[in-house]
Design a protein. Structure first.
Length: 310
């Protein structure tokens, strides 16, 4: 029998883990035969005979070819091959004349006729289909991730950047976040004075038509979350941030204010103001009024130098 009579799918054992037939399982890597999990003892040449027949299952293996495969360097008579086949049939419980697993073709050879199922083998079509399905799942995952990212960006824009229909959206409007001033002198009542100054500053700035002031409650929320105020201002789409300090200087209260460009972190304006310490409520009002006026004036100056296409 020549090589063209072989079944290529059967002679190629690459990728096989085991061949199963009846209660038996042949492990190709270990070259061992198992019956319901228990090893079936086979003499080495008997095991080789089974291997060759399983590789060619369904096709006839001529005697001469089988002997060359099992005894490649030894000349063996037909009686030796017949003895091997007999021992193999006994191990498989296949000693009936019909031959459940091994068929004898008189004067020709032998053929493994049992139904064999392969473990660890996929035909090329199934492999391509599996690879295609995996690629589709990967693509769908990327698309879902992209859609999710777009949805998050849309929510962020809608939540933080979309202008309200109640507000002007012209280029001359500056968005400002007022950060509560830091109290450097405990004797000033650091709870009351800075917060009172902050509320008055927000109220005075909100009267400027060229300014949109971020809600103080939003600032407090981000402060409680311990987020950096410049980072908060950028997230919320602010243009500038106003902060500063308050402290006792002898018989006077010194208020220092700073206006910072959120995008470049550059100092736009800074100044200090002093008021009598005996009249803290008046100091709050005067400081808020003067700082709001200075901020409005500097923002107006800055807007004169903004390029038309900005």
């Amino acid at each position: 029998m020549n090589s063209t009579d072989k079944n290529p799918a059967d002679t190629n054992t690459n990728g096989r883990r085991a061949s199963c037939f009846g209660p038996f399982r042949y492990d190709w890597e270990q070259r061992l035969l198992f019956r319901e999990g228990e090893t079936v003892p086979l003499a080495p040449k008997v095991g080789e005979t089974l291997r060759v027949l399983l590789e060619r299952h369904g096709t006839v293996v001529e005697k001469a070819e089988l002997m060359r495969a099992v005894w490649p360097d030894t000349r063996v008579e037909d009686i030796g091959l017949a003895r091997n086949i007999s021992q193999l049939r006994k191990a498989l419980g296949d000693e009936s004349e019909s031959g459940r697993y091994i068929e004898t073709l008189p004067k020709r050879g032998y053929r493994f006729v049992g139904d064999v199922m392969m473990e660890g083998v996929e035909d090329s079509g199934a492999a391509r289909a599996k690879a295609g399905a995996k690629a589709v799942r990967r693509l769908l995952g990327l698309l879902l991730a992209l859609v999710g990212a777009c949805a998050v960006l849309a929510v962020v824009y809608w939540q933080f950047y979309r202008p309200s229909r109640y507000l002007s959206s012209g280029d001359g409007i500056a968005n400002i976040a007022v950060i509560p001033f830091e109290c450097l002198s405990p004797e000033l009542d650091c709870e009351t004075f800075p917060h009172g100054l902050n509320d008055l500053l927000v109220a005075d700035l909100s009267h400027d038509d060229g300014v949109h002031v971020l809600s103080p409650s939003t600032v407090h929320t981000y402060q409680r979350a311990r987020l950096s105020m410049p980072f908060m201002a950028r997230i919320l789409g602010m243009d500038v941030m106003l902060d500063g300090t308050v402290q006792r200087a002898g018989e006077r209260v010194r208020v220092t204010a700073r206006l910072v460009d959120v995008h470049s972190a550059k100092l736009v304006w800074s100044d200090s103001f002093e008021y009598p310490a005996q009249q803290l409520s008046d100091a709050q009002k005067l400081a808020a009024r003067e700082i709001a006026a200075q901020v409005g004036a500097h923002l107006a100056i800055q807007k004169q130098f903004v390029p038309p296409n900005r």
